[in-house]
Design a protein around this ligand. Structure first.
Ligand code: ASP
Ligand code: MG
Length: 406
């Protein structure tokens, strides 16, 4: 007997038929003698349409009221699942975020969970109830309803699993698990059986579509084993866990591709102290996050400075840097939105050498030019032209032995 937290995403509860399927799966887990807590998202599309409705009234609705509105999506599915389970003669009770004591800070629309007082859930479990909790929502110290940011019900599930010290947090979604790369780009992508929290965090661009990154941070902090799997079949999915010796044996576990960045080059920047601060402080002041930076020496007293920013901030960053360039006497600012960042990720990299050179060689073999490079302990990233992104992903996937056997 185990304590199992099951979270179902929007596509898994998209209509009554699917809610009935969720109920069957949950009931089966319960019948096996387990304690079951179910966390739900809103039906797919509902959160978007609620936002859209409010925006038809005003372009900037009050954030507190928007959270009251958005929380209704999850309130609906939680009640519907409890009703379905009861109609099948299972003892089920739904709880909203505040009833489940999901306590958050006050940042409406993007609140962080501070703690979960699982007393109420435990009581219900002790009386052999299936507990259904509305995901994505919590309650601030003043009793206001808050929401956790898009995709936030993953974080609700992991936080509740942590508070209950659950044996596993199962995340049911519309894919079979986490893949070695995006299967739409690379048909030879394989489902990963086990992956570490750290790798999952580095895989943000792949993983964020499946798991809200904050939920992985939570899982890592509280050592919650997370099982990402499909709600449409019985297949075992991907376990996200603490790293172990077996994982370290694999040098590269995944290849990712991120097309959400843009590159800015400031040409012929005077090489004197304080320049980097002048270039980057105005970006930081506007909350623009700079990812990669390269400073290359051209001649003795002038450098080119190259860096990347999120594509959504590209126009603003260019405006800012054009001004800065004038002030500091740089020659010109060039920008390029058509770039891609391809990365290889793996905890095994920590104690294997030659990963970077293998990566560079496989890109070179395809005639792909590398524009920027950055690394972390378990990741190597190269910025290349966007048009080569898919080719690069396939080449790296095969070079690092990740291709599925036919
Ligand atoms: N319904 C919310 C959203 O669409 C939360 C979630 O699905 O996790 O972002
Ligand atoms: Mg999701």
């Amino acid at each position: 007997m185990a304590l199992i937290v099951q979270k179902f995403g929007g596509t898994s509860v998209a209509n009554i038929e699917r809610i009935k399927n969720v109920a069957k799966r949950t009931a089966k887990t319960f019948d096996q003698g387990n304690d079951v807590v179910v966390i739900l998202s809103a039906m797919s599309g509902v959160t978007d349409s609620l936002i859209e409705m409010a925006s038809r009234i005003t372009p900037s609705p009050d954030k507190r009221e928007l959270d009251v509105l958005l929380a209704t999506g999850e309130q609906t599915t939680a009640a519907l699942l409890a009703i379905t389970l009861q109609s099948m003669n299972y003892p089920a009770k739904s709880l909203l975020g505040f009833q489940a004591e999901v306590r958050t800070d006050c940042s409406f629309g993007n609140a962080r969970i501070v703690d979960v007082g699982a007393r109420r859930i435990r009581e219900l479990l002790d009386n052999r109830n299936i507990v259904v909790v509305a995901g994505f929502q919590g309650c601030d110290p003043d009793g206001n309803i808050t929401t956790l940011g898009r995709g936030g019900s993953d974080t609700s599930a992991v936080a509740i699993a942590a508070a209950l010290n659950a044996d596993v947090c199962e995340i049911y979604t519309d894919v079979n698990g986490i893949y070695t790369t995006d299967p739409r780009i690379c048909p030879k992508a394989r489902k990963i059986n086990r992956i570490s929290y750290e790798e999952m965090l580095e895989m943000a661009s792949l993983g964020a579509k499946v798991l809200q990154i904050r939920s992985v941070e939570f899982a890592k902090k509280y050592h919650v084993p997370v099982h990402v799997r499909s709600s449409f079949n019985e297949e075992v999915g991907t376990m996200v866990l603490n790293e172990d010796a077996e994982m370290e044996g694999v040098v590269v576990s995944a290849v990712t591709c991120d097309m959400n960045e843009a590159r800015i080059v400031m040409k012929q920047v005077p090489d004197v102290p304080g320049i980097a601060a002048k270039v980057f402080t105005p970006l930081a002041d506007e909350g623009i996050v700079v990812d990669m930076i390269i400073q290359g020496t051209q001649s003795g007293e002038k450098n080119d400075l190259t860096f990347t920013v999120p594509r959504t901030n590209f126009k603003r960053a260019m405006e800012i840097e054009n001004k800065v360039a004038e002030e500091i006497g740089a020659e010109e600012v060039l920008g390029d939105e058509n770039i891609a960042k391809v990365s290889v990720i793996g905890v095994g990299m920590k104690n294997h050498s030659g990963v970077a050179s293998k990566m560079f060689a496989s890109l070179a073999a395809e005639g792909i030019n590398i524009r920027l490079i950055s690394t972390s302990e378990i990741r190597i990233s190269c910025v290349i032209d966007e048009k080569y992104a898919e080719l690069a992903v396939r080449a790296l996937h095969s070079a690092f032995g990740l291709d599925r056997e036919e």
